[in-house]
Write a protein that binds this ligand. Sequence first.
Ligand code: EPU
Length: 421
Amino acid sequence: MDKLVIEGGRRLSGTVTISGAKNACLPILAATLLSDDRSVIRNIPALRDMSTMLKILKNFGVRAQQEGSAVTVEPHGYKKYIAPYEQVSTMRASVCVLGPLLAKQRRAEVSFPGGCVIGPRPIDLHIKGLKALGAKIRVERGYILADGRNLKGGNVYLGGHFGSSVLATANVMMAATLAKGETVIENAACEPEVVDLTHFLIKMGARIKGVATHRLVIEGVKKLHGAEHSVIPDRIEAGTYILAAAATKGDITLKDVIPDHMVALIDKLTEAGLEMKKIPGGIRVRYVRKLRPMDITTLPYPGFPTDMQAQFMSLMAVTDGISVITEKIYPERFIHISELNRMGADILLEGASAIVKGVKNLSGAPVMASDLRASAALVLAGLVAKGRTDVQRIYHLDRGYEKIEEKLLKLGAKVWREKDK
Ligand code: EPU
């Protein structure tokens, strides 16, 4: 198992290019299953989750090939419809093949994804939505068994206890593209990744109105064709580098970003005192004054993203004053607190809120990554800390951050990968 070693205390400066968005690529690759034709998806990052998704596609009998950052998918009459436990358990997002399989093959067997360290990951909204489209669904042997022989348009409200759901919206929208008649999804998620998927589906011939709103209207068509698409930049990767610049009192320019996808983060950091300037195709981030502590609450888009919560906490851990971070999407997504405290942070968990008392310095330590974003938070803490930090189990990080040590090295960090004994 690899670990990432960081000698902290260096100010980051320079330019970093942001990769394609992992959470847009996954449903878009799944959407290629809706057609028999060849699709080409560009700007796909080299990440472990992408290899997992390609394996899943190949398992259905689809040809999928990656050349650089382009993936060509050739479904050509594939017949299989089972996504096994061994694959789904390594990546919960694989549940997004459910909608396309149901629409195209009129049946699907997808392993039930279950929970994970960031908390329970229910799929009741996915099931509710697909049932509203006439699918018969039961859970047996740990699998979601779906029969779509009577698939037709329907109306569904996709709001849950924690607001809208990204992948439930993706699944229901994908199923609706080939379901006869009109489907209306109320309280649809409008994260940029959902919008990017919608654009791809429209390129495939889907008829969708209300793009980027909470009300999607889909008119089913008989057939979709292949399409070419370039995936949007990863707003969470971009946000992570912005926070790294802020935490190390740096000055970095991010290329290939869409600042409009990061309004909540930009707003909060500007309020905290970070200088952020939009430039063509990018954004420049400069630490020019002492930052103020902040209160944030994670919410569905365009609210503050839960996928930035852990990294934001690392910055607040070294920002003088008291910050409060409330998690409204995954109330248990706080495993990083104990590891940050091992590095000298002063963070107390009170229900679904973390009370962060800024400290002067963090000190390097061996720490354990528990999930993707928590790992990124530990890397940020390691960049600021005095001395050496060993972030163990970085396979989590490799799921979502392309060439992270290469990018950090280029920005002046002292970081390398080692085999863990
Ligand atoms: N929820 C339900 N029922 C459902 C589905 C979700 O109650 O049927 C709840 C969840 O438990 C959560 C909230 O609704 O409280 C939102 O979950 P959502 O369904 O939107 O999450 P997701 O689609 O499974 C995607 C991202 C996550 C990101 C969330 C929230 C992908 C592949 N994953 O997951 O990304 O945290 O949206 O924005 O798109 C990550 O990249 O590290 C990551 C975990």
